[in-house]
Design a protein around this ligand. Structure first.
Ligand SMILES: C[S@@+](CC[C@H](N)C(=O)[O-])C[C@H]1O[C@@H](n2cnc3c(N)ncnc32)[C@H](O)[C@@H]1O
Length: 485
């Protein structure tokens, strides 16, 4: 996509978004930012992206304004039991500890899922509590779930999900807590659905829930998209809202102690959670153990021992957490190029030489027809990994799209130098040589491709072919070579 906004305008636009919505759009993400306004302009009926930006910048800042742009600017990726270790810690350690401490006195439990997207996170919390209902029956429980995106909240309130939301859940999860209302659509049991209250809330706002009122806050995969100054503010607000000893859940990629002043990182199996340390305790000389330091007199209870009944564990999903790269890949495979691309920008911010991420970003640009950016990305990827035949091939395809046949030919030869068995490189080079009238060379590469295809079953999809099966490619080559004789 051609850049329409000048750097100065993008600078102003991203500062305004950071201030009012918290979201960070550094210059590396300006292309996504422009794309978001381009989509918004189309959907909202503006004549152009520029008109849409003008409207956003000139309208008086209001909640409605930010909500209307939220679905274009935010990433709503989520699924049930995401980072299952968090829910194991909740079920086995955190809730049992709260029950033990408050038993018979103040039996209430307040949980806030902030940045809840389409509801899979707060409903996963509700399912945990529902499973523990035998011990929580006399408790006053509330789960508040908030987000800035009104579309996501509408979907969350409906509580109906497709298979995709269950991609990391153990066997029986869907069957136990959902009913299939129509083919492939699963509705959460009403008794669990009504445990959660959804509400719109912008975390960049000043007006947070009352101080010392919440036991547990989930804020996972939200802060990672925020500008640093807002992260600080939000974390301070969470500290204020939590009770002493209250817990903050963030995602594994957001754990970094300096980000959470006033909280102590506590290790759980496969997870780090943050526990609020009261300022009173912080003022004391530094001490080490968490339970002892976070609660003053009366003497602290001993650390909660693990293990309610083993049946409560989410064993199957514990090690199945997928990496951010895999998430981006899945989004890419489902055609959600913008979301995949946004995720890759974050990964590349962390590691500029992440070859997998560079390669996938290159594929996305190529598929979107952004050939100049695709070519640039292929160069970056090749700087990080010169020996990747896949990358040389990808670069050749982009060069061909741009009509740069000689350069494409050179890239294909490099790919084949690194991997003689790359069927598509032989096939593409054979076609190129044929166009140049180099019959012998062309035939040599067609023959090599045919011989390699013999190793595949008819129905096997050929790598790098965009989905062509071996049988079909064999047929194409036979027809092409028969005509050229
Ligand atoms: C990637 S999702 C995370 C969903 C869930 N917490 C999880 O980990 O699966 C991030 C969510 O944060 C929300 N969000 C982004 N900026 C926000 C803001 N300023 N206030 C409230 N929610 C925000 C987005 O709308 C999106 O639904």
């Amino acid at each position: 996509m051609k850049r329409l906004l000048a750097d100065a305008e993008l600078e102003k636009l991203s500062s305004s978004i950071a201030l009012h919505m918290g979201l960070s759009f550094p210059s590396t993400k300006w292309k996504s930012l422009e794309q978001a306004f381009c989509t918004a302009a189309m959907v909202m009926g503006f004549k152009s992206q520029l008109e849409c930006v003008g409207w956003f910048m000139s309208a008086p800042p209001s909640q409605e304004l930010f909500e209307s742009m939220a679905c274009y600017l935010t990433i709503g990726e989520t699924y049930f039991l995401r980072e299952a270790c968090s829910f194991e810690a909740l079920e086995q350690q955190i809730i049992p500890e709260i029950i033990r401490k408050r038993h018979g006195k103040d039996q209430c439990l307040r949980i806030w899922s902030s940045g809840c997207a389409t509801g899979e996170e707060p409903y996963s919390i509700a399912i945990v509590l529902y499973r523990m209902r035998a011990v929580l029956c006399d408790w006053d429980i509330s789960i508040l779930a908030t987000d800035i995106n009104p579309h996501a909240l509408r979907k969350a309130t409906a509580g109906i999900y497709t298979h995709w939301s269950f991609r990391n859940t153990p066997t029986g999860f869907k069957e136990n807590y959902f009913t299939e209302t129509e083919a492939g659509h699963f509705e959460l049991l009403p008794a669990i659905k009504e445990m959660v209250t959804f509400s719109s809330f912008n975390l960049a706002e000043e007006c947070y829930p009352s101080p010392n009122s919440i036991d547990i806050i989930f804020c996972r995969n939200v802060l990672m998209y925020f500008a640093p100054q807002l992260i600080k503010k939000v974390v301070a607000q969470y500290h204020h809202c939590l009770l002493d000893g209250g817990w903050l859940f963030v995602s594994s990629c957001e754990t970094s102690s300096p980000t959470f002043p006033g909280f102590e990182p506590i290790n759980f199996p496969d997870a780090i959670l943050y526990q609020k340390v009261s300022y009173r305790v912080l003022a004391k000389p530094k001490s080490t153990r968490y339970i002892q330091t976070t609660h003053s007199s009366p003497p602290p209870p001993p650390p909660v021992q693990a293990a309610p009944a083993p049946s409560l564990l989410w064993h199957q999903s514990r090690h199945a957490e997928i990496s951010d790269y895999q998430k981006a890949l899945t989004l890419y495979e489902h055609g959600a190029y913008r979301d995949a691309s946004d995720m890759l920008v974050v990964l590349l911010d962390l590691d500029k030489e992440n070859t997998e991420a560079l390669t996938l970003q290159c594929r996305i640009y190529a598929n979107e027809g952004r050939l100049v950016e695709a070519l640039e990305m292929s160069e970056l990827a090749l700087t990080a990994d010169k020996l990747s035949s896949e990358l040389h091939y990808l670069r050749a395809v982009i060069l061909l799209e741009q009509g740069m046949n000689d350069e494409a030919s050179a890239a294909l030869k490099k790919a084949l130098y690194l991997d003689q068995d790359l069927v598509m490189a032989h096939f593409t080079l054979a076609n190129l040589e044929q166009r140049k009238g180099k019959v012998k060379e062309s035939q040599r590469h067609f023959n090599a491709a045919l011989s390699l295809l013999g190793r595949y079953r008819r129905e096997d999809v050929i790598p790098e072919s965009g989905g062509i099966i071996a049988g079909k490619l064999t047929e194409i080559i036979r027809t092409t070579t028969a005509w050229s004789l």
